[in-house]
Structures are given as C-alpha cells and as structure tokens.
Design a protein around this ligand. Structure first.
Ligand SMILES: C[S@@+](CC[C@H](N)C(=O)[O-])C[C@H]1O[C@@H](n2cnc3c(N)ncnc32)[C@H](O)[C@@H]1O
Length: 250
C-alpha cells in the first residue's frame, strides 16, 4: 500500500536510520525523492541524502566541523517558512525521529502554524547497534525490559534526577544515548546503587558509518577506558545489562 505524494506545503518528519542508506524505510526514501526541500541533521547526512531528487534544496541544520548546531527555534522557523512557501518539506532526523531528537518542539511549531505534517518512523541507532553486535535487546527470562536513556542533560552533563533504581536494575537492557562523556560518572552511581562493575557493557560508535567502532567490555572497564580516552570524536551508544555479552568485537 502506498499513499499519494504529499501536497505542497506539507512537512514530512522523516527518520533517516543510523546512517546505512539500506536502513532507510521505503517510505523515507520515497519522501526524500519527492521533497523540494530537505532540512537535515549532521547525523542524518552522507549517503542517505543520495535519495533526494535533483530538484531538492538540501539544507544542513546540524552540528558541522565543530560549529554549533543551528538553534532549535531557527530550525523550527525554517521548516515553517519553507512549508508556508508551498514546498514539500522533508525534515530528516537521525535514527528514529521520535527518540532524543527534539521532535516535539518541531511538532508544536507546525501545529501552531497550522501546517499539515506526518511522522515517518525508522530504525533507531539502538537497534542498529544491537544488530551490529549480533545480539537482541531483550531475552525472554533475563532481559524483559529495555530502557533508552540520555547521558546528557541540556548542559551536556549527566542528568541530576536519575532514577538510579531503574538504571541499576540488573535485569534490564539499558541503552545510553549521548553518554560517552558522562559514563564514568554514571558507572560510579550504578556501582553505588548495587550494579556489579562486571556487568557486560558495549560501546557502539558511528554505527553504519565508515568509522564504526564496536567494543565489548564491562561497565567498570568501559568507564575507565572512556575516562582515559577523553572527549569522543564520534557519536556513540553504550549498552549494558545481562544481554550485552562480552566478546571480541571488530
Ligand atoms: C540527538 S540523538 C538522536 C538519536 C536518534 N534519534 C536515534 O534514534 O538513534 C544523537 C545520539 O544518538 C546516538 N547515535 C545516533 N546515531 C548513531 C550512530 N550511527 N552510531 C552510534 N550512535 C548514534 C548517539 O548517542 C548520538 O549522540
């Protein structure tokens, strides 16, 4: 079943997946092909943009080469302005657009401006990271819950109001987004709240991109490694819990 192309003045909030263009959904690829304007984040760039048609104006609105990202209000305004000018707009967001992507602010701006929109869901980097390690995120008896958490609040630090009981639960697979910098501190708190330092932990950086790096370790050792390494140069996820089986990863 495929629906007709969006009317002019319509905004598609499209999930780009983790980077590998083959992990775009068919709908995402079609919306890109039909778009007149594509506003994309840095993490939603690269080969996925090859699916945009020759008519599309491509506008980067993410962090690039150390420059700060465009302020969210500016991005909201751009989306609204292009739609009000009668264009078919794709707002391309990394992974699944609804996970840690500030989607809500864009939805509010569209609703306030009375602009019709749709959300095209996609593959989050969390699923792609588990797949890259060759493991599931859940297991029937020992990992019956998955939690996606952010390791950075709006100041870039570990959030203050962490639910430690939830994060130190040894029966859960936890996926930490934006957490490489704060993981040493998180690991300290987890230990204080009873999670053994020997709990398996995985680092998945730049999944689906040329610099992909996968490291299998434990919570305590990964924290030490990240502390010693200093600022990360690539986006990454940390997965820990009963399923994150330590093994050699390439
Ligand atoms: C603003 S959040 C967006 C998450 C995205 N919506 C998703 O579902 O994957 C950006 C963070 O997602 C994670 N991330 C996104 N793409 C990634 C990738 N290809 N490899 C590893 N981590 C990724 C990193 O933690 C990064 O700092």
């Amino acid at each position: 079943m495929s629906d007709p192309a969006p009317e002019p003045g319509f905004v598609s909030l499209v999930s780009a997946g983790p980077g590998d263009p083959e992990l775009l959904t068919l709908k995402a690829a079609r919306r890109l092909a039909e778009a007149e304007v594509v506003l994309f984040d840095d993490l939603a760039s690269g080969p996925v943009l090859d699916h945009a048609g020759p008519q599309a104006e491509l506008i980067a609105v993410g962090k690039r080469a150390g420059r700060p990202s465009a302020r969210q209000e500016v991005v909201n305004q751009l989306i609204v302005q292009h739609a009000q000018a009668g264009r078919r707009v794709v707002r391309l967001k990394s992974g699944d657009a609804g996970i840690f992507g500030r989607l809500e602010e864009e939805l509010i701006a569209l609703a306030e401006a009375g602009i019709p929109f749709e959300i095209v869901p996609g593959v989050t980097s969390a699923s792609a990271a588990a797949a890259a390690f060759g493991m599931p995120l859940t297991r029937r008896l020992t990992a019956r819950r998955v939690q996606f958490v952010t390791g950075a609040d709006i100041t870039g630090q570990l959030p203050q109001d962490i639910n430690w009981a939830a994060l130190a639960d040894p029966t859960v697979t936890t996926v930490v987004f934006m957490g490489q910098r704060s993981f040493p501190k998180l690991a300290e708190g987890l230990a204080m709240h009873g999670l053994p330092g020997t709990t398996p932990a995985l680092l998945a950086e730049a999944v689906g991109h040329p610099g992909q790096r996968l490291i299998a370790s434990t919570v305590a050792e990964l924290a030490q490694m990240l502390q010693a390494q200093g600022p990360a140069s690539q986006p990454g996820l940390i997965l820990y819990g009963p399923l994150a089986l330590p093994k050699q990863a390439g």
